[in-house]
Design a protein around this ligand. Sequence first.
Ligand code: B16
Ligand code: MG
Length: 217
Amino acid sequence: NNKAFIFDLDGVIVDTAKFHFLAWRKLANDLGFDFTEEQNEQLKGVSRVESLKRILNWGNLELEEDEFQRQMAMKNENYLSYVDKMDSKEILPGVQKILKYLREHKIPFALGSASKNARPILKKIDLYEKFDAIVDGTDVKKAKPDPEVFLIAAEKLETNPQNCVVFEDSVAGIQAANIGKMTSIGIGEKTVLEEADYVFSDFTEITIEFIENLLRN
Ligand code: B16
Ligand code: MG
């Protein structure tokens, strides 16, 4: 069959949310207000521009376009200083086992991320060469929950959206997969990702039997 798999990056393959948090908190603190972990949660899967808009809104602050761009660039520079220290040990538990299985069985898989830093991150963790296709924030016009990122991935993997299985940690990402008529697998809390077809708290809970079942359907 033509089954294919699509993986989100942040929150699925690596936990870069902790680095986004540190960088956004520094930006907020420098601008004179606080930024909490709860707020950071709400930025999962959300683009860089939209994230800054929401943070400024929480801080009751408005910035001129120039200053907005400058702050966003500084945040990214700060974020990349953490990314720079990453290596393959940052790959979340259980992920490699699934990727290895897919590779050995010649089942195509792609990356589908909102991040504009996805390629450098994949290089850092030694996974860049392993994906059959990479679609990230530099390739799309519309953000999740728009299914664009996953639809382009399906196209690159030369299969129909209906044959695709998407792993996602964000609500917007699960919605994008569902709108795209793909099988959605949430990584995180069931109560948060209730729209997903299946939910696991992390990849160590996903068995090869489960993957084989997906391949049969
Ligand atoms: P960047 P994903 C998303 O990646 C993150 O979840 C989100 O928190 C971040 O703001 C967004 O990428 C943009 O990232 O600033 O690196 O372009 O989960 O879709 O892989
Ligand atoms: Mg994510």
